[in-house]
Design a protein around this ligand. Structure first.
Ligand code: CA
Length: 262
């Protein structure tokens, strides 16, 4: 299986900083979105610490025996270490979703919190992850409808995050990707601004181009209000039929004006 990929993270229209971070490492087949939280800029520290921990664990030569859940446990330890040496960061944390792709189409997705993975197959969209969030618990218990949850003011309260506990319990799902599939990773700044049907429409309209998918989705979230930082990583599964048609694009970070850069 060949994959074309592209990622975009953006401050949005309202928040002063971008506390999201992304990883696009096609050479390792590893992709991630992290959404940090915590006062005094600690949210940015948390998401970047988690993404850097993934980079360090991969080091350009992926250890095949390193499962996706273990990657997140390492990221959790790095955040805990950072809090130990910087007490002002106490309380910081980050959600994260990571996808590890194999050449044969095997794909493991691990997540903690409300960052999501979606699969678009045959012009239908399916959420692969289950939000670890307060409102999703209420939906599960039948106390809120999905529509009510989408508008509930407590919708960004997560029930699991990296950095919030010594032991982190990621959910891991394994799927087999097929040629034509699109895998999307996103922070909640996308899915709180756009419904699943709108996300699907933008993916379909972007053709087979993952750069067009992530650019369109980020722009659409901003057009809808851009109330939160928004991050999208799009991975298009190409099969092996026409290697010349496969384009791999470098990750593209976008920071809004006045955020002070990296
Ligand atoms: Ca967010």
């Amino acid at each position: 299986m060949r994959y074309a990929s592209h990622g975009r993270t953006d401050r949005g229209r309202v928040r002063p900083h971008n506390e999201d971070d992304i990883l696009v490492a096609p050479e390792d087949g590893v992709f991630a979105v992290a959404d940090g939280m915590g006062g005094h800029a600690a949210g940015e520290v948390a998401s970047r610490t988690a993404i850097q921990a993934l980079r360090d664990a991969l080091c350009g030569t992926r250890d095949e025996s390193l499962p996706a859940g273990e990657l997140l446990r390492r990221a959790n330890l790095e955040i805990a270490r950072s809090i130990e040496t910087h007490p002002e960061y106490r309380g910081m944390g980050t959600t994260i979703v990571v996808a590890m792709l194999e050449p044969d189409g095997g794909c493991a997705i691990a997540h903690v919190g409300d960052s999501r993975a979606y699969l678009v197959r045959d012009d239908a969209i399916r959420q692969l992850t289950t939000d670890h969030s307060f409102v999703n618990e209420l939906v599960r218990l039948g106390m809120l409808s999905r529509e009510q949850a989408a508008r509930d003011p407590r919708r960004n309260v997560v029930t699991r995050a990296l950095g919030s506990a010594q032991v982190v319990v990621p959910d891991v799902v394994e799927i087999r990707l097929e040629p034509g599939d699109v895998l999307l990773l996103c922070s909640d700044g996308l899915n709180t601004m756009l419904g699943d049907d709108e996300i699907l429409a933008h993916v379909v309209a972007a053709g087979r181009d993952p750069a067009a998918m992530s650019e369109r989705l980020v722009a659409a979230a901003n057009d809808a209000g851009g109330e939160d930082n928004v991050s999208v990583v799009a991975i298009a599964c190409e099969g092996d039929v026409d290697p010349a048609a496969v384009r791999r694009t470098a990750p593209n970070r976008t920071l809004g004006p006045g955020t002070g850069g990296e």
